[in-house]
Design a protein around this ligand. Structure first.
Ligand SMILES: [Ca+2]
Ligand SMILES: [Ca+2]
Length: 318
């Protein structure tokens, strides 16, 4: 008996090899399945975490937007509706604040009426406004960019398809593009649209963009917050050096009397287009939670009574 049992327990070498192979195979399959399950589970956890952080981030940014609205409303209530300048509380940059110990949020507001509004190139009849076109040409010159870009941009926006001067920017300029495209012939909602226009390159855009805004047509320029380049663009009589001196004299406050300061420096038609107050502001809010990071741009409109509305939001770029 002992001899038969010993025969059963001691399998032939070939059968023993197959058994070991099977065992190794089973372990390998189990390991692969286990790893796969762990990977999927880890991925699901990561996705859920990222999704929660994204939702939380967006809600916090909307909270920052509401807070910015309160600040703009308080500005009118506390200091009146007659002036907006860099000495006011809305102009203070919000340092990064901790969010439940998990991340940070920060923000800053910009007075968009201190910039050149591209949509002002269109007059009330949908055609190019020659005064604003000349101003845009001056802005490009002050920034040492090609002033003939002004007519290309104006053609892109104006209702007609008549080529502007000196450079046309109507359909024929883009018909040979790959793929070809039309000029929209209407107001734009993002200044990044400039990158689709002929003659525009990245270097030009980066120089020009900080001085530009995209607002409804017909806004006035707030000289209390305008850059020296934008002030120099107001008329041929103001050189960049004088504009820089005006900005230095302005300091962190406002021009006491805007009309009196600029009378004699700009044409009467331009004097009608400048002011010391603003209705349109931009909030740039940044949130960082874990690996989730957002930058949100909100276009805020404050009416003269102090009511603030968010008109447009974008993530990542203006
Ligand atoms: Ca104010
Ligand atoms: Ca046009």
């Amino acid at each position: 008996m002992a001899s038969r049992r010993s025969q059963r327990l001691t399998a032939p070498p070939r059968e023993s090899g197959i058994a070991i192979l099977m065992a190794v195979l089973v372990v390998a399959v189990a390991t692969i399945l286990g790893t796969n399950l762990y990977w999927r589970s880890a991925l699901d956890l990561r996705r859920t975490g990222a999704s929660l952080a994204a939702d939380q981030g967006l809600l916090l940014l909307q909270g920052a937007e509401a807070w910015a609205g309160d600040i703009l409303r308080d500005d009118i209530q506390s200091s009146g509706p007659d002036s907006d300048h860099f000495g006011e509380i809305w102009a203070i940059q919000l340092p990064p604040l901790s969010v439940d110990g998990e991340g940070t949020i920060s923000g800053e507001m910009t007075d968009l009426q201190g910039r050149f509004n591209l949509n002002n190139l269109i007059g009330p009849d949908g055609g190019t406004d020659p005064i604003v076109l000349a101003q845009f040409g001056r802005l490009l010159s002050v920034l040492e960019l090609d002033p003939s870009l002004a007519s290309v941009v104006a053609d892109w926006l104006d209702l007609d398809t008549n080529p502007g001067f000196p450079n046309s920017g109507e359909d024929e300029l883009y018909s040979d593009a790959e793929p070809p495209y039309h000029t929209p012939n209407l107001a734009i909602t993002s200044k990044s649209e400039l990158m689709a226009m002929a003659g525009m390159d990245q270097d030009t855009y980066f120089v020009l963009a900080p001085h530009l805004a995209v607002l409804p047509s017909g806004t006035k320029i707030n000289v209390n917050t305008a850059s020296a380049a934008v002030i120099a663009s107001l008329g041929d009589l103001i050189g960049l050096a004088q504009a820089e001196q005006l900005v230095e004299d302005r300091g962190g406050a406002d021009f006491v009397d805007v009309q009196e300061t600029f009378q004699g420096l700009v044409e009467p038609e331009m004097l009608e287009r400048i002011d010391g107050v603003s209705e349109y502001f931009q909030l740039r809010g940044r949130i960082s939670i874990g690996t989730t990071q957002y930058t949100m741009y909100s276009l805020l409109h404050r009416d003269p009574s102090g009511v603030v509305r968010s008109l447009f939001r974008s993530l990542g770029s203006e």
